[in-house]
Design a protein around this ligand. Structure first.
Ligand code: HPA
Ligand code: ZN
Length: 331
């Protein structure tokens, strides 16, 4: 089964590239840039990764990214992840990035996007790994600021596959970002949003009603509202579920308690993702494997989940066909 999961062509639709920063690279970049880290060693970094909730993770996540300063750093960050992901059978990665977290440290948008985009081009050539860029807004920052970032991104609009919404969910409903998402829609940029990770099912409904998203990131709390579940099913709205993230941030206590079996039973369009693999204890292979072990999933179930991701990914039709052929050859 482990071998089957590794060979399965996996598309990852929910990854925060800053959350793929492994402690080894964090130390190397800290040295290169003369940034002081509050950790004595690589082991100490890993030991610090014990979280009580989303907020306790976000503190270390924003602190960790302080080592990223130049386009080269963002290039190295993404290439480091692409190589690891490719080695575990990931064929396509959609990366969220958080421009506000970098702008706040004086790092220009162009530095971030050009570094990431260069890695995306090299990964396509060297690793046969396709990718998409999702510029995410921090929902715990003012909506005005998000709007300014969207406008400032004008030279890069063509390079963005979507905008997203992440960071602390409690008290920051989708409603707060109606105008920003409306502007993106007018620009022809697709929209996704985190909703129903820690926040209530009502935030998922708001993301659909007010932000016109084509995908819900996480969405696991939809089960609290049966009418919403039916709506998500009828719409074939993709949910990008992140099982190990949910355990690590205590959305669920143990992987065995994860609602994935109920979500599947409800007929929802689900995908499996790693979210912040450097912080949550595993990449795509580990997420698939943990679920397979916990729920006894068959090869057919695993194929179905991998197929969902390829079908709804931001990728060109030729690439989608190629990956679907590769996937079906395993069935
Ligand atoms: N949830 C919300 N915001 C985030 C996350 C997450 O899991 N990771 C990085 N930003
Ligand atoms: Zn996320």
């Amino acid at each position: 089964m482990q071998d089957f999961i590794t060979r399965l062509p996996k598309a990852e639709l929910h990854l925060h590239i800053e959350g793929s920063l492994e402690p080894e690279l964090m130390f190397a970049l800290a040295e290169r840039n003369g940034v002081a880290l509050p950790y004595a060693s690589i082991e100490a970094v890993r030991e610090a990764y014990q979280f009580d909730d989303l907020q306790s993770f976000l503190v270390l996540y924003y602190q960790g990214m302080s080592v990223l300063r130049t386009a080269e750093d963002f290039f190295d960050l993404a290439m480091d992840y692409f190589r690891r992901a490719s080695a575990e059978g990931v064929v396509h990665v959609e990366l969220h990035f958080d421009p506000q977290a970098h702008l706040a440290r004086g790092i220009e948008l162009g530095v971030v996007i050009e570094g990431l985009a260069r890695a995306c081009r090299l990964a396509s050539r060297e690793l046969d790994l396709s990718s998409a860029l999702i510029m995410a807004f921090l929902r715990d920052r003012p909506a005005d600021e998000a709007m300014q970032v969207l406008e400032r991104a004008a030279p890069y609009w063509e390079m963005l596959d979507a905008i997203g919404l992440d960071s602390a969910e409690h008290g920051h409903p989708p409603q707060k970002f109606v105008e920003v998402f409306e502007r993106a829609r007018a620009l022809g940029i697709a929209r996704v949003a985190h909703a129903g990770e820690e926040g209530p099912a009502a935030y998922i409904a708001q993301a659909l009603d007010l932000l016109d998203v084509c995908r819900i990131d996480h969405g696991v709390r939809c089960l609290e509202d049966p009418a919403l579940v039916e709506r998500l099913r009828a719409l074939r709205m993709p949910l990008t579920v992140c099982p190990l993230s949910n355990v690590k941030l205590k959305v669920v206590e143990r992987i065995d308690d994860h609602p994935l079996p109920q979500l599947l039973e409800a007929g929802l369009l689900l995908t499996i993702n790693s979210d912040d693999p450097a912080y949550f204890g595993g990449g795509m292979r580990d997420n698939f494997l943990a679920c397979q072990r916990a729920f006894g999933w068959s090869e057919a179930t695993l194929l179905g989940l991998a197929r969902n991701a390829i079908e709804v990914a931001f990728m060109d039709p030729a690439r989608r066909s190629e990956l679907l052929v590769r996937l079906e050859s395993m069935a």
